[in-house]
Design a protein around this ligand. Structure first.
Ligand code: 13P
Length: 263
């Protein structure tokens, strides 16, 4: 979905907007992306559960050449069946190609590493790319402590994914992303130091494989967006996961411009 030269910009709209507002914002983003000649395939939008279908159909119908991807914000740990209220992974096919899992806002609602791993396994079995979020919680921690915390989160969820029939090879095959989202940076207006993000990316690559794609998320704004791509080697980042600044077409596309994927 992305390579070293084309950073991926993922807009996580969380539960901020009603579906009709999401459709309107998707239209504004597509119009602005067309005006700025955004590189096809460089944007992905994660609407709410109810907004995913109308947003996906608007983008496919009217703005297909931009190849804006759709990510879900969650998926069920269960297979399709008699499970009232659940949204199983195969039901997302044709709508989304990725799914954000393990976000700290869902962990705060009680999701454990074991549950996240089951969801990862379901997503992968359905052919969806999981965008697996990991992140440390203590703003004052040392880099080593942060790396230990995200490694532990990864181990816990992968153990569960494997127990649910998945494998690291299957995750890599389907195009897994790991999003490093320090919890203290999310919504704080204060992004992590890009060098720290690079060190965590390198630690994750050392643990998993050099090939794995790593995103950064947490108070990303256009002004500092390009600084996240200064690192090379194992410390490189492959894209950004953006919350607040993705809720306006202008600020989202300003980030894309800063990354060189829009004019
Ligand atoms: P903010 O960009 O609002 O800090 O949110 C980041 C995030 O949680 C993306 O998943």
């Amino acid at each position: 979905m992305t390579n070293r030269d084309t950073p991926l910009l993922v807009a996580n709209w969380k539960a901020n907007l009603a579906p009709a507002e999401e459709v309107a914002l998707a239209g504004q983003i597509a119009t602005e992306a067309t005006r700025r000649e955004t590189k096809p395939g460089s944007l992905m939008i994660a609407p709410s559960t109810l907004g995913a279908v109308p947003v996906a159909s608007l983008l496919a119908r009217e703005h297909g050449s931009l190849q804006i991807g759709i990510a879900a914000q969650d998926v069920s740990a269960l297979e399709p069946g008699a499970h009232t209220g659940e949204g199983p992974a195969p039901h997302l096919l044709g709508i989304a190609r990725a799914v954000i899992l393990g976000h700290s806002e869902r962990r705060d609602l009680g999701e454990t590493g074991a549950l996240i791993g089951k969801k990862v396994a379901r997503a992968v079995a359905a052919g969806l790319s999981p965008i697996v979020c990991v992140g440390d919680r203590d703003r004052e921690a040392t880099t080593e402590q942060r790396c230990d915390e995200v490694r532990a989160q990864w181990h816990e969820l992968m153990e569960s994914a494997v127990q649910s029939g998945s494998s690291l090879a299957a995750l890599i095959d389907v195009g897994v992303f790991i999003a490093y989202e320090p919890v203290w940076a999310i919504g704080s207006g204060d992004a992590a130091d890009p060098e720290l993000a690079g060190r965590v990316a390198a630690a994750l690559r050392g643990l998993i494989t050099d090939e794995v794609k790593v995103l950064y998320g947490g108070s990303v704004r256009a002004e500092r967006a390009s600084s996240f791509f200064a690192g090379g080697g194992a410390a490189r980042l492959d894209g950004l996961l953006v919350g607040g600044a993705s809720l306006s077409s202008e600020s989202l596309l300003d980030i894309s411009t800063a990354l060189g994927t829009s004019r």
